[in-house]
Design a protein around this ligand. Structure first.
Ligand code: ADP
Length: 260
């Protein structure tokens, strides 16, 4: 009798062990599928800009005549833009990796707000469509902030580039700055396609992209990491949006270093 019981226990143990193995194999398969999906997303995202760079570089080699200077300049600008775009995506990926591994580090510095705003708008100006323009805030020359400069730059770059990308030609993007109760708010206001109401709750989810945005290039990563980073340094992000009217994204953060 004892042996039968022992045998049953042994069989049960083996079945459990087998189940565990199957379970871990299933998890590994799921992880692999996710990795493949991610690789395919990255490859697609890189393919179009890379082929644009190749085309422009090839044409640059052909336009050797003096009078073709205009064409050369156009292609140099295209190459610069596309390299910057790819660089931004890579920075986003690196951010994810650092956020996930808990290795994101922050550094507070004192600097004029205009330094970062100038730089970001200068870069975004190169991406503008026909008749698009960005209005520079008029009241920021004296504002000194104590914040993580890289995070501010990453946040504004993502928001202003989105405003450009998701707005049609001949629209204006306003950048407004307001200082209140030791907090600074920066609003990026566009007249673009907006975010459908039903999808607004997902907008900060990683990899999420709204249905009306799918024709434009994107990874759905930017807003997710902007939010995580900002919240790690005492900042926040919010938005209001109406489909086919436009969106306003607001970031806000303390003007004094209160991380102690
Ligand atoms: P990406 O732009 O690479 O797709 P983001 O995380 O920056 O990723 O944005 C996520 C999604 O939010 C976008 O795909 C788009 O659907 C929507 N979105 C972001 N900014 C805007 C905007 N200014 N106007 C309209 N939709 C926007």
């Amino acid at each position: 009798k004892e042996t039968v019981r022992e045998l049953k226990a042994e069989v049960l143990k083996r079945m459990e062990a087998e189940h565990k193995i199957k379970e871990s194999l299933r998890k590994e398969r799921e992880l692999n599928e996710l990795k493949t999906k991610f690789l395919s997303l990255v490859s697609h995202e890189f393919k179009t800009p890379l082929s644009g760079i190749l085309t422009s570089a090839t044409l640059l080699g052909k336009y050797t005549q003096e009078e073709q200077q205009d064409k050369r300049e156009k292609h140099i600008k295209t190459i610069q833009n596309k390299v910057k775009y790819l660089n931004n995506i890579l920075n986003d990926f690196l951010s994810i990796e650092r956020l996930e591994s808990g290795k994101a580090t922050y550094k507070f510095d004192t600097f004029p707000l205009s330094k970062v705003v100038n730089e970001v708008i200068y870069n975004a100006n190169m991406l503008l469509k026909d008749g698009q323009k960005i209005n520079y805030p008029n009241n920021i020359d004296d504002i000194i902030v104590n914040f993580d400069e890289k995070i501010l730059e990453l946040s504004l770059t993502n928001l202003i580039n989105n405003a450009v990308k998701y707005s049609p030609e001949f629209t204006t993007i306003d950048v407004d700055v307001e200082q209140k109760n030791n907090r600074l708010s920066i609003k990026i206001i566009d007249e673009g396609m907006g975010i459908p109401e039903k999808e607004q709750k997902f907008i900060f989810n990683r990899y999420f992209r709204a249905e009306n945005a799918l024709l434009d290039q994107g990874t759905g990563i930017g807003l997710n990491i902007v939010k995580s980073h900002l919240e790690n340094v005492g900042g926040s992000i919010s938005f209001k949006s109406e489909e086919n009217k436009g969106s306003t994204f607001t970031i806000s953060f303390p003007t004094k270093n209160n991380t102690n």
